[in-house]
Design a protein around this ligand. Structure first.
Ligand code: ARG
Ligand code: ZN
Length: 848
């Protein structure tokens, strides 16, 4: 039916596949791929279907004999061999096909990036390489021979032979085709090694194009730290003789966990102080960890089908978050993750694209590599850890690895492991995987005769295709603070299972102030009527760092919302922040987070959630005014802190240094409203690292004073693609909103706008859509420009075009005029002839 795939239609593959032998003869326009598959039927009478797209079939033989045309059927999507042509027992099928990596602009399958061959097979790219059962529950051992002129020829597993113009690789671990990888080109390696806990030595290589090798040290160290951490935190050891990581410039996503041969977007590998920001360093370490951790959660244990994607992604994001938390400042990492979750996943859940972490249907699986599958998937794992406690969680993980190693699993398998390890029934908990939408939690309190009672109500709005939302199991971590600021009840996890439920705390001398949802113990929206005074009290006294920050955040959000309709900034908020700026007892990174105001998009989301219409111009004005008010009130403290955070000496990416730079830039952003940008201009002139250089540039741009600095920046970095991406993004995201659409149109004419490169496309379009009031300019200029480019990109790279269309998912927040303009653009895209399956699924869902 209409090309939709349903979870309920899952059937096991009727054949088993033990080994695969692949030979590649590389040529840009005519690569030959032969595949020898050792198959055996599970039951008699089944046809053999192999997926295949855009393949030119050269030959086809069964057990050495060519098949007659009557024995098989070839279509746009694959090759089917009639049951009558198949033997009853095991057999070998050999195919040869021809493909053209050079013309593959979709960057899926085998393609070329700057003269180098590389692959991206997840989710369904392997079918563009050869005819194959391209589904994750078919796992086989791969042997690969590569013939080509390139000096470096890589594939999965261990090297088993090489000579002039060829190399062979053997992967001892059975795997699905989506984990296959091949890289060939002129590459140089930064080498290291790691000795595992049982004493095995693995060689490590970070492969880059010549010229980039001076920016690879950090990546190599991150691999070593990841390997060590997975042994310590999860008892997981690396299982091959060599671990290769390759950086490529043209890549649709962040990175890919192919067995033993991780392929990365170069922006998540290359770093030097001059070219990478603190955030880049943190992301590089986190994503290297993420892909490495997939070796166990993804590769050794994979997914039965693509509906189970969050089985590996949610879990692996949880693992990389825990890793970063241990490498850096845990409390700060948790706050950053929640900011990102709300910005992306809550936004997704509140709109037409809402779907559960485990969806039950899709047209194009690439459209489901979403924040819900990844980040909400990680929150669900985190809740399991909260419910079981650290030891119970580790025991369940040990059981998961022991029970399912080598298998392709489901969410049901996963839940069963946690039930068996804990002895609990997790039937209700499972709704977190199957139900879409963000629960809203309201709470009221009473205090009587020393008993303090919290009454919670949970409510989740309908989402597309899911009208009913039964109550979920919500772990609510709560602590109580006495009037003098001392904690009177330490953190306790309340397990809410009903739609409405009360929890009592007895024997209290005075009415406490509650600290609810500590550490953000569940991905819900907490709605609580409190006074600014109480929020300020928590900001000063809460022992839970997340909720301490959260108190300041709520104050900021509420005052900003009030300011959009003309209120003055809340005095309580201004005072409370002042107390923290110079509080030496608080970590600089934490203070920076408190100083950073909610984004305009977050404010729009909050206004819409309360049933009102979000006005982008009023939101921008309110946010600007609050920055001015904070700066006016605390100018001297900000200036002193700005000076105190200067760090003479060499740049180090460590969290402590990064935290001071972050506080320094947060102060600078506010001070800019007082000094006319003088400090930012001075910092831009003198900065010796990209964090401060780019930070200063952005502030100048925001003040409408960026032109000279932008020109200097461009002249200095025009040959560095990753830095130029920042140049595009920063000026669009931060320029005064009225000029954003025109600036975007001008930049699209820049010869450096090489739009077929996904990083560059995202840099420009993502910069525009990040400029909230600019993208949502009332006359629709931002929407029109954006839609024009999605239409242009779609035939070239449908995956990236579809992903970028999510900029339109917030339509319902705005006034009728804007809504109509967005709808018209979506209809215009939907009407394009030959639109990809990727983008047509997205526009259909966005139009609702
Ligand atoms: N598994 C990869 C990761 O999470 C993402 C690859 C997704 N690629 C795609 N084309 N959908 O690290
Ligand atoms: Zn992943």
């Amino acid at each position: 039916m209409d090309g939709t795939t349903y979870l309920s239609d899952y059937r096991p593959y009727p054949f088993t596949l033990s080994t695969v032998s692949l030979t590649f003869r590389l040529a840009p326009r005519a690569t030959r791929v032969t595949a020898r598959l050792a198959l055996s039927p599970r039951a008699a009478g089944a046809a053999l279907h192999l997926d295949g797209e855009e393949l030119k079939l050269i030959s086809l033989a069964l057990d050495g004999a060519a098949l007659a045309p009557a024995d098989y059927r070839l279509t746009e999507t694959g090759l089917t061999i009639h049951p009558a042509a198949l033997p009853e027992g095991p057999f070998t099928l050999e195919t040869e096909v021809e493909i053209a990596p050079e013309t593959n602009t979709a960057l899926e399958g085998l393609y070329m990036s700057k003269g180098m061959y590389c692959t991206q097979c997840e989710a369904e790219g392997f079918r563009k390489i050869t005819f194959y059962p391209d589904r994750p529950d078919v796992m086989a051992r791969f042997h690969v021979r590569i013939e080509g002129e390139a000096p470096v020829l890589l594939s999965n597993g261990n090297p088993v032979g090489a000579g002039d113009g060829w190399a062979e690789w053997d992967d001892p671990w059975p795997k699905p085709a989506y984990l296959f990888a091949l890289v060939a080109g002129e590459l140089v390696a930064t080498q290291g090694s790691f000795t595992t806990m049982s004493g095995r030595k693995a060689d490590l290589n970070v492969w880059v194009r010549p010229g980039d090798e001076d920016r690879t040290d950090y990546a190599l160290g991150a691999i070593q730290r990841s390997m060590k951490w997975d042994e310590e935190a999860f008892g997981r050891e690396y299982d091959l003789d060599v671990f290769n990581l390759v950086a490529v410039d043209d890549f649709n996503m962040g990175a890919m966990e192919n067995k033993g041969l991780n392929i990365f977007n170069s922006k998540l590998v290359l770093a030097s102080p001059e070219t990478a920001t603190d955030l880049d360093y943190e992301r590089i370490e986190g994503v290297i960890g993420h892909e490495y951790f997939h070796n166990w959660t993804g590769d050794r244990i994979t997914c039965r089908d693509w509906f189970q994607l969050c089985l590996k992604e949610g879990l692996t994001v949880f693992r990389d978050q825990s890793f970063t938390s241990d490498m850096r400042l845990g409390a700060v990492k948790r706050i950053e993750d929640v900011i990102a979750l709300r910005a992306r996943q809550f936004r997704e859940d509140a709109g037409p694209l809402a779907h559960p972490p485990r969806p039950d249907h899709y047209r194009e699986i690439n459209n489901f590599y979403t924040s819900t599958v990844y980040e909400k998937g990680a929150e669900v794992v985190r809740m399991l850890q909260t419910l079981l406690g650290p030891d119970g969680f580790r025991a369940a993980m040990d059981l998961y690895f022991a029970r399912h190693d080598g298998q392709a699993c489901t969410i049901e398998d996963w839940i069963t492991v946690f039930e068996d390890a804990s002895g609990r029934d997790l039937g209700q908990f499972k709704r977190w995987y199957t139900d879409a939408g963000t629960p809203h939690l309201t709470v009221t309190e009473t205090f009587e005769n020393g008993t303090y009672t919290l009454e919670f109500t949970q409510d989740t709005k309908p989402t597309p295709g899911q009208a009913e939302k039964p109550p979920r199991l919500i772990p609510i971590a709560v602590g109580l603070i006495g009037p003098n600021g001392d904690e009177v009840v330490p953190t306790r996890v309340l397990e809410m299972t009903e739609a409405r439920q009360s929890f009592a705390f007895e024997g209290l001398g005075a009415k406490p102030v509650p600290s609810i949802l500590r550490g953000f113990s569940a991905p819900v929206v907490l709605e609580r009527q409190t006074s600014p005074a109480e929020q300020a009290f928590l900001l000063a006294n809460d022992t839970d760092p997340f909720n301490r920050w959260e108190a300041g955040r709520s104050l900021a959000r509420e005052t900003l919302i009030a300011m959009t309709t003309g209120a003055a900034p809340d005095a309580e908020y201004l005072d409370a922040v002042g107390g923290l700026i110079a509080d030496e007892a608080a970590d600089p990174a934490f203070r920076a987070l408190v100083l950073r105001l909610p984004s305009e998009d977050e404010i729009a989301q909050a206004i819409a959630a309360s049933g009102k219409v979000a006005d982008p111009d009023a939101i921008h004005a309110a946010r600007t005014a609050l920055m001015q008010a904070l700066a006016a009130r605390h100018e001297a403290t900000l200036a002193a802190t700005y000076e105190a955070c200067a760090q003479p000496g060499a740049y180090r990416p460590e969290a402590a240094d990064a935290g001071r730079r972050s506080l320094r830039l947060a102060c600078l952003a506010l001070l800019g409203t007082r000094d006319g940008g003088a400090r930012a201009a001075a910092l831009f002139d003198n900065a010796t690292n990209m964090t401060e250089s780019l930070g200063a540039l952005g502030l100048l741009v925001a003040q409408g004073k960026g032109e000279a600095a932008l020109a200097r920046f461009r002249a200095r970095w025009q040959d560095n693609a990753l830095v130029m991406d920042k140049w595009f993004t920063t000026q669009l995201a931060l320029c005064p909103p009225a000029e954003a659409a025109d600036r975007a149109a001008r930049l699209a004419e820049d010869p450096l706008f090489t739009w077929k490169n996904p990083n560059r496309f995202r840099a420009l379009m993502g910069g525009l859509s990040a400029n909230h009031a600019g993208f949502h300019r009332a006359d629709g200029a931002g929407y029109r420009f954006y839609a024009d480019w999605l239409i242009r990109l779609d035939p070239v790279n449908p995956q990236t075009a579809a992903r970028m269309s999510t900029a339109f998912e917030t339509r319902a927040r705005y006034d009728a005029g804007r809504q109509a303009k967005i709808r018209a653009e979506l209809e215009r895209i939907a009407a394009v002839e030959g639109l990809s399956r990727d983008l047509s699924e997205m526009t259909a869902r966005l139009l609702g």
